[in-house]
Ligand binder design. Structure first.
Ligand SMILES: C[S@@+](CC[C@H](N)C(=O)[O-])C[C@H]1O[C@@H](n2cnc3c(N)ncnc32)[C@H](O)[C@@H]1O
Length: 415
């Protein structure tokens, strides 16, 4: 199911059957009305009619001024009722609804999306399998709206506002990640897997800190690859690397064989490093598992020059993302690497010259740049051993936030 569509997220446009469109035969339509009456009753019983109030939390929600909130809820409920009446009358749906309709039909008609039975945003205690098709449709609409709203907030506000939003409404984080995970399912490859592969293959094939190997920091007299995953989401990178390490410590050869089978590639990779050691730190706005440390990635609890690889996997979301890069420069050792993957269509300059220039302005040098992938562009920078000239973030910004001119927000596209 595609909950939303954005340029470059590789979601195919589907031909949508608008089920409530004017072309429906009258008899079918009558049946539908009957079902809708039942459906609305069930929705009220389940309390789903009240869910819409939270689609777009307002500032007043944070202050919990209940009367204001209640009238907001009423207004939204009325709007939804009105839209449903329009549906019943067979009026043409809004563009936005059509997108959600497409999502739903793909969910119900086979394909690998079928396993995502629970649409993102389903409140606790509600089992979608107990709902009628209409109720599922409404829930799906609602979830899609919430997902898109959260997504938009993360891309159009600065990192302090994002942290404050998730701190005040932690459930938004889970909702976002349910939606995000369903997006990832439709991608040919998850960029997190690409990074996992790169860490493991480079780490295992060459000694740490040797040419072509990964840079390592010395911790207690022992050289380690210390990774910071900035904006880690569900910390999948740490989970995958840690799982590999567990096996590697038991039997390196076997671990590599299994890894190749699971993640692919690595044809010429052999087990040359028997002393590989990783330590992955994962930062995000909410701790949804033990691997995660809560932090605004503008300011993470890591010492100066304590990391050897810093990764931003689709996480340059805040409008002040150059602050994240500056933080990466602080925590990276000299010779350490900065890996970034972003959605291709976010780059205002398709040739990426401006983006590379901005990152280099903060003291990095570009080593590799890969835009062969249809959806993502991958950058590999390093922090030079000799101090490079570092500009002030403000200078690079030039009075306009980078979230406007350097990387465009990744907002869903209404069709
Ligand atoms: C599109 S998701 C990608 C998650 C993960 N890197 C992956 O690829 O699966 C971006 C993540 O960055 C996080 N994020 C955005 N701004 C952040 C900030 N200022 N501090 C910490 N995390 C942030 C979001 O909460 C979200 O989990």
């Amino acid at each position: 199911m595609s909950l939303f569509e954005v340029d470059g997220w590789g979601l195919e446009k589907r031909k949508v059957k608008v089920s409530a469109g004017g072309k429906k035969k009258p008899r079918k339509y009558e049946n539908k009305v009957q079902n809708e009456d039942d459906g609305e009753k069930k929705i009220r019983e389940l309390g789903l009619d009240k869910i819409s109030i939270d689609i777009k939390p307002k500032k007043s929600d944070y202050n919990d001024t209940s009367e204001e909130k209640r009238s907001d809820k009423r207004e939204k409920r009325d709007k939804n009722d009105k839209r449903d009446k329009n549906d019943k009358k067979g009026k043409k749906r809004s563009k936005d609804d059509t997108v959600l309709e497409a999502s739903e039909s793909s969910e119900h008609h086979g394909s690998k999306k079928q396993k995502s039975e629970i649409p993102p945003g389903v409140p606790d205690g509600i089992d979608p399998s107990n709902l009628t098709p209409l109720q599922r449709k409404m829930l799906s609409k609602l979830s899609g709206s919430r997902f898109r709203w959260i997504n938009e907030q993360l891309y159009t506000t600065d990192s302090a506002s994002a942290l404050s939003m998730i701190t005040k409404q932690p459930e938004l984080f889970e909702e976002y990640h349910k939606g995000f995970a369903s997006q990832v399912e439709s991608w040919p490859e998850n960029p997190v897997d690409t990074f996992t592969r790169e860490l493991v293959y480079r780490g295992i094939n060459k000694m740490v800190s040797s040419p072509g190997g990964l840079p390592g920091v010395v911790v207690n007299g022992h050289r380690k690859v210390v990774v910071s995953d900035m904006g880690c989401g569900e910390a999948n990178l740490a989970v995958q690397v840690d799982n590999f390490m567990e096996e590697y410590k038991k039997d390196g050869k076997q671990a590599l064989k299994k890894f190749k089978k699971k993640y692919g590639g690595g044809k010429d990779i052999a087990l040359k490093n028997k002393k590989l050691d990783f330590e992955v730190h994962s930062f995000d706005l909410k701790k949804i598992n033990d691997k995660i440390t809560v932090a605004d990635i503008k300011n993470v609890p890591m010492g100066d020059e304590s990391c050897s690889v810093v990764i931003f996997c689709l996480s340059l979301m805040g409008t002040n993302f150059l602050d994240f890069i500056k933080e990466a420069s602080r925590i990276l050792m000299k010779g350490g690497e900065l890996w970034i993957t972003e959605i291709k269509s976010r780059l205002s300059d398709p040739k990426c010259v401006d983006f590379i220039k901005a990152i280099e302005g903060l003291g990095f040098k570009l080593r590799n740049f890969d835009d062969a992938n249809k959806m993502f562009t991958k950058f590999e920078f390093f922090k030079p051993i000799k101090n490079a000239k570092v500009s002030n973030v403000g200078e690079i910004r030039g009075g306009q936030t980078e979230g406007k001119w350097l990387l465009k927000p990744c907002i869903y596209k209404r069709r």
